[in-house]
Design a protein around this ligand. Structure first.
Ligand code: M6R
Length: 613
């Protein structure tokens, strides 16, 4: 949720921290702050409510810094409003320690009482501030080093955290630890970095370390050391830092969301590369090999996720049941984790997550693993907590997704589910001949998504006509019911227009009461097996004067007399349809939000990765 950056090196620290915060701003953007150590060995802290640009404006009077270390934070508020006082870094009573945190300290109230009884004064309403005071308190004990006090503080807190602290007592050293919140260390030449993900040091560091949870990382410009909580030294394992600077820049696009929408053909190709076997009419997912026998013989597949990833999972249910003939349940991770679910022999759980950090999805994964269920991850972010803890799984290879509204991750996730569907189907009963037909249809998807995105001008004009609408209804059937849900979610998130997604035939059981001449109804209406039924649903809306916007196949003439607006998409196999049909819905949400002047990449109240439950 929040973004953390740290730097140890001799370059100008503040611009590095600000650049890092800007790259992480998608994680949270209601307040920001930084702390460095001045040449006189004083902590210099600046904080501001609002965006990183507002923090930047407060830096003009910064004194010369030692340019040795610094930490910074961009916040998504949990405890306490987004004010300057509640912004990180938080400082102890002596003013010697500065600390930033991502996550939630669940026992902060008890710790705060304990510390207040010992004379500590608190400035903020956050859960985080207790940790700075705890370190201060433990440092009072004779012979205690900063490392000792830091470890002791970590041992006293319950909850999830990535905590990074600096102190004037050791002006060259950054201390950090994490549990159920991401933390990545970047190793450069004579400089080292840390952050919530690797984007702040892309182009600057060459190697990356994903520190194990509940260990302490001690960083100076020349060294990265790891300790367990008994102060035993551990050997850090570095990996080559993958990823390009270009992948986290907007390029010529006005928003990351638009860039990511247009990247989809290429990203879908990346998701399928080396995995789709055209000649064999089959698919092979190396990451699933260790549990492939369990997957093929699964009595039930459970897919658990949140938000857009949950919608991808729901498309997966339609695919897996229709094509691979395997019973599939799709569960909101936030519900599954607290339901004491019944898992049985023969169950296989897939968790889906773009960020690989979503707290509820991670908890589901842990719950299922603890009960002995076979689990696998379908994840975008390489090295993320879910990817590592799942152990087995598939990377979707969508590249960094920075727009808060998920777009390319959805189509890549669904593409992976399609590959899994094909592979299970082939292992069970689909003939090679039929497999080849499916594989060819999948291979054509990138080009078809590209064509669907070509309807941009019609979509812009529809957005102009409906920019003042207060509500939208999105309807679809079969695998396109989740497409409708996803279209509605995109619209709500970035344009703040209220939107509902429904199975088209459910409309008459309630939502039909909403339909009048002011209600735009988006129908996902490709010529698949349920097309005729959808046409009847469109008639029902027209009879009540609703405005029909149809996502319809190229060459479909029947739709002309039924829809007020038509957005054309190429035809594909019915169960693959969501990958193509969602593209215009993403663009429609984008252009409606643009017409309404909304902050598209950073919509209010949202954050890219939801690391709190
Ligand atoms: O990173 P994840 O895929 O686990 O995130 C799940 C949801 O938080 C995410 O899809 C959210 O709903 C997006 N804002 C949707 O655009």
């Amino acid at each position: 949720m929040c973004g953390i950056v740290g730097y140890a090196g001799e370059k100008k620290t503040i611009p590095i921290l600000i650049d890092g915060l800007k790259r992480l701003e998608y994680r949270g953007y209601d307040s920001a702050g930084l702390a460095v150590i001045s040449k006189e060995r004083r902590l210099e802290v600046r904080k501001s409510p609002g965006r990183v640009s507002e923090l930047e404006a407060t830096l003009k009077d910064m004194p010369e810094t030692g340019n040795r270390i610094g930490i910074a934070h961009t916040r998504w508020a949990t405890h306490g409003e987004p004010t300057k006082e509640n912004a990180h870094p938080h400082i102890d009573c002596t003013g010697n320690i500065a600390l930033v945190h991502n996550g939630i300290i669940e026992n902060y109230e008890a710790l705060r009482t304990y510390l207040e009884e010992r004379g500590h004064t608190f400035i903020s309403k956050t859960d985080t501030e207790v940790v700075a005071h705890l370190i201060e308190e433990f440092l009072k004990e004779k012979g205690t080093t900063f490392l000792d006090a830091f470890i002791k503080a970590i041992q006293h807190i319950k909850g999830s955290y990535a905590i990074v602290a600096i102190s004037v007592l050791e002006p060259d050293t950054i201390y950090a630890s994490h549990l159920s919140s991401p933390l990545v260390i970047g190793q450069g030449e004579g400089e080292n970095f840390l952050a919530s993900d690797a984007s702040p040091f892309l182009g600057k560091a060459s190697e990356v370390l994903y520190p194990p949870e509940d260990e302490v990382v001690v960083i100076t410009k020349d060294e990265i050391k790891l300790f367990d909580l008994n102060k035993n030294k551990r050997d850090p394992v570095f990996e080559k830092l993958e990823g390009t600077l270009e992948s986290i820049q907007k390029g010529s696009y006005s928003h990351f969301m638009l860039k990511e929408i247009h990247e989809q053909p290429e990203r879908i190709r990346d998701a399928m590369r080396g995995r789709l076997l055209l000649r064999e009419g089959d698919a092979k997912l190396g990451g699933l090999e260790p549990i492939w026998g369990d997957i093929v013989n699964a009595k039930r597949i459970i897919i658990s996720a949140c938000g857009t990833s949950w919608h991808a999972g729901l498309v997966g249910k339609y695919m897996l049941e229709e094509i691979a003939r395997v019973h599939t349940d799709v569960e909101y991770a936030s519900e599954l984790r607290y339901r004491n679910p019944v898992f049985e022999k023969g169950d296989v759980l897939f968790v889906i997550s773009q960020s690989g950090e979503t707290a509820d999805t991670l908890a589901t994964l842990r719950e299922a693993k603890s009960k002995g269920v076979t689990v696998a991850g379908i994840v975008n972010t390489v090295g993320s907590t879910i990817a590592r803890e799942a152990g087995v799984g598939v990377y979707i290879h969508a590249g960094p997704e920075i727009g808060v509204a998920s777009t390319k991750a959805f189509t890549s996730q669904v593409s992976i589910l399609a590959l899994i569907t094909l592979a299970i189907g082939r292992a069970k009963y689909i003939t090679q001949e039929k497999g080849v037909v499916i594989a060819e249809a999948m291979n054509a998807l990138p080009e078809k998504v590209g064509r669907a995105l070509g309807a941009e001008d019609e979509i812009k004009s529809i957005a102009r006509d409906f920019k003042n609408s207060k509500n939208f209804l999105y309807l679809g059937r079969g695998a396109n019911f989740p497409t409708a849900l996803e279209g509605a979610l995109k619209l709500k998130e970035i344009s703040y227009i209220h939107a509902e997604g429904y199975p088209a035939a459910e409309m008459k059981h309630g939502p039909i009461a909403l339909i009048d001449e002011n209600m735009p109804v988006v129908f996902v209406a490709p010529q698949d097996g349920i097309y005729e039924k959808v046409l009847s649903n469109i008639e029902e809306v027209r009879a009540r004067k609703g405005k029909v916007i149809a996502i319809a196949n190229e060459g479909d003439d029947r739709i002309k007399s039924l829809a007020d607006y038509i957005i054309r998409v190429p035809r594909t196999l019915g169960w693959l349809g969501p990958i193509v049909n969602v593209a215009p819905l993403q663009l429609l949400a984008y252009y409606l939000a643009l017409e309404r002047g909304c902050p598209i990449d950073q919509p209010r109240n949202l954050a890219k990765s939801v690391t709190v439950e």
